[in-house]
Write a protein that binds this ligand. Structure first.
Ligand SMILES: [Ca+2]
Ligand SMILES: [Ca+2]
Length: 491
C-alpha cells in the first residue's frame, strides 16, 4: 500500500514538474494570417499574401475555387514564418455544393518555398514540407472520403490522386466536412516535432474539436511558407476559407522576445522608421483628402455590408460572366484549330501537285498525299474540336439555366414591388438568343450537319459574344440601378 502511494505521489509531482517546465507562450502572427470580416482589401488582395488562379478574395471569405468545373486557386503567404520553430494554425472553412458528392478538395500547406498553381488540390506537386488535404472525392473507391490526410514531401515525390495518396500519406481521418451548417474549424499544432490535427464537426457555432491525427518525429522546414489551395474537377464544390490564424508557440527556453531579436537590430530599426514614415504620409494624405472631399470620406467611413457581401443575383451574374469568358476561350481555341486544319490542308494540297502532275483536283490530291502523322494530327484536331463544341454546348446550357433562374427571381421580386418592363424584355430577348444558339448548336453538332455548315463560325463567334456581352452589361446596369432604387426605398 505504502509503495503504491509513494508511486502515485511521485507521478503527480513529475506531471506538475513537467507542466511547469513546458509552459507554452502563444502569440498571434498577423503577417501570416487573414480573417473575416476584413479579410481582403477592396482590390481583392490580402496583405502579405499572394492570391492566384481562380481564387477570389472578398471581405468575408477567400474563395479558393468556385463551384464550377475544373477550377483551381491558391493563396500563399509571402513572408516566411521566422518567428518560431513551432506554430498553431486555426482555420475556419466552408466546403460545399449542390451534389451529394463533391470534388476535388482543399490543401493547407507549410512549405519551404512559395507554392504555385498545380495538380495537387490546386497547388504544385513535388513540394517540400507539409500538405494537409481535405480530400472530398473518393478516387480509389475505398469509401473513405471525405477525409483529412497529411502528406510530407521532400520535393521528390508526386502525389498519386488515383489512390487518394493512400500509399503516401502519413496519417488520415475520415470526416464529413462538406455542407455543414457552420464553418468547419481545423487546428494544426506543431510543437517539438509533434504534429497534431484537430477537426471540428461544423455542427454548432462554437468549435468542438476532435483529434484527427497525431504524428511524432516530424521535421518541417524551418522558415517555411503557409499556403492554401483548392481545386474542382468534373464535380465542383465551393471552397471558402473564412479565417486563417497563425500563432507562434514558444516553450520557456525560447521566449517570444528571442524571435524578435533574430532580425538584426539595425535592420529592425530601419523597418520601423520606414513604417512610421509611411504611416505619417498616409495619415497626411488622408487628412488632406478629408478636407477636400468631406462627403466622400463620410461615405467611405460608413460600414456598408453590400461592399462585402455578394448577393445571389450578383453571384449568378458573375458566374454567367465567367462562363462567357470560358465560351470565348473555347471559341478562340476552335478558331486556332480550324486555321491549323486549313493550313494543313492547303500545305498538303500544295505539296501534292508536282507528284500527281497537276491532273487531279488539288483537294483530292492533297488528301492522297497526306502523311500518316498528318492524318492523325487532323483527326486529333477534329476530336478536340468536337469536344470543344460539346463543352460549349454545356456552357450555353448552364448560362441558359442561370439566366432563366434570374428571370424567375426577377418575376418573383416583381410581384412585390414594380419592376420596369424593359428589364423583362432584356432578359427575355437574352433567353431567346440563347435558345437560338442552343438550337443552332444541336444542328451543328448533330450527325451529318457539319457538311452543310461551311465552317463552325456559322454561329458567328464575334456576333454571338457581342450579343451576350452587350445584353449582360445592360442587365448588370439595370440590376445595379434597381438595387440602388430598392435601397433608397428602404432607408
Ligand atoms: Ca481524392
Ligand atoms: Ca479514398
Amino acid at each position: 500500500m505504502t509503495s503504491t502511494r509513494v508511486l502515485l505521489v511521485l507521478l503527480i509531482v513529475s506531471i506538475v514538474a513537467r507542466a511547469q517546465n513546458n509552459p507554452v507562450f502563444k502569440k498571434f502572427e498577423y503577417k501570416h494570417s487573414f480573417r473575416a470580416p476584413n479579410l481582403a482589401q477592396r482590390d481583392g488582395s490580402i496583405p502579405f499574401w499572394i492570391v492566384s488562379g481562380d481564387a477570389i478574395a472578398s471581405g468575408e471569405q477567400l474563395r479558393l475555387a468556385p463551384s464550377m468545373r475544373s477550377r483551381k486557386g491558391i493563396a500563399w503567404n509571402k513572408r516566411a514564418f521566422v518567428e518560431s520553430e513551432n506554430f498553431q494554425v486555426d482555420i475556419s472553412l466552408k466546403i460545399g455544393g449542390q451534389g451529394r458528392v463533391g470534388a476535388d478538395g482543399l490543401g493547407i500547406w507549410y512549405t519551404s518555398q512559395l507554392g504555385a498553381l498545380g495538380p495537387v488540390f490546386g497547388a504544385n506537386d513535388f513540394w517540400t514540407g507539409m500538405g494537409l488535404f481535405l480530400d472530398s472525392f473518393d478516387n480509389d473507391g475505398q469509401k473513405n472520403n471525405p477525409q483529412v490526410s497529411l502528406m510530407l514531401n521532400d520535393g521528390t515525390r508526386s502525389y498519386d490522386h488515383h489512390t487518394d495518396g493512400s500509399q503516401q500519406i502519413l496519417s488520415s481521418c475520415q470526416r464529413d466536412f462538406r455542407n455543414k451548417p457552420y464553418p468547419v474549424r481545423l487546428r494544426i499544432e506543431y510543437m517539438k516535432n509533434v504534429l497534431t490535427v484537430h477537426v471540428d464537426d461544423g455542427m454548432q457555432p462554437t468549435p468542438r474539436y476532435e483529434l484527427c491525427m497525431r504524428a511524432e518525429n516530424i521535421f518541417l522546414p524551418r522558415n517555411g511558407y503557409f499556403g492554401v489551395s483548392a481545386a474542382t474537377g468534373g464535380l465542383a464544390d465551393d471552397h471558402d476559407i473564412l479565417d486563417f490564424s497563425v500563432f507562434s508557440l514558444f516553450h520557456e527556453q525560447q521566449k517570444p522576445v528571442a524571435a524578435a531579436e533574430q532580425i538584426p537590430q539595425q535592420e529592425k530599426q530601419k523597418y520601423d522608421e520606414e513604417f512610421e514614415r509611411q504611416m505619417k504620409e498616409y495619415e497626411q494624405e488622408r487628412a488632406k483628402f478629408k478636407e477636400q472631399h468631406p462627403d466622400k470620406v463620410k461615405e467611405d467611413d460608413e460600414y456598408d455590408p453590400n461592399k462585402y457581401y455578394e448577393d445571389a443575383t450578383a453571384r449568378e451574374l458573375r458566374l454567367i460572366y465567367e462562363s462567357q469568358n470560358a465560351i470565348h476561350q473555347v471559341m478562340q481555341n476552335m478558331d486556332q484549330r480550324l486555321a491549323q486544319i486549313q493550313q494543313a490542308q492547303i500545305s498538303g494540297g500544295g505539296a501534292a501537285v508536282p507528284q500527281t502532275g497537276g491532273a487531279a483536283p488539288a483537294a483530292v490530291a492533297g488528301g492522297a498525299s497526306f502523311q500518316q502523322h498528318e492524318k492523325n494530327e487532323v483527326i486529333t484536331s477534329l476530336r478536340d474540336l468536337t469536344q470543344s463544341v460539346r463543352d460549349m454546348k454545356q456552357y450555353v446550357n448552364e448560362i441558359f439555366t442561370k439566366t432563366y433562374n434570374i428571370d424567375q427571381k426577377i418575376q418573383q421580386g416583381g410581384a412585390g414591388g414594380g419592376v420596369d418592363s424593359s428589364m423583362h424584355q432584356k432578359v427575355d430577348s437574352l433567353l431567346n438568343e440563347l435558345r437560338t444558339v442552343r438550337a443552332t448548336q444541336v444542328q451543328t453538332s448533330g450527325p451529318g450537319a457539319s457538311s452543310n455548315c461551311p465552317n463552325v463560325s456559322c454561329v458567328s463567334s464575334t456576333i454571338f459574344m457581342l450579343i451576350i456581352l452587350v445584353q449582360s452589361v445592360i442587365i448588370i446596369a439595370v440590376v445595379f440601378v434597381r438595387s440602388k432604387q430598392d435601397k433608397a426605398k428602404f432607408y
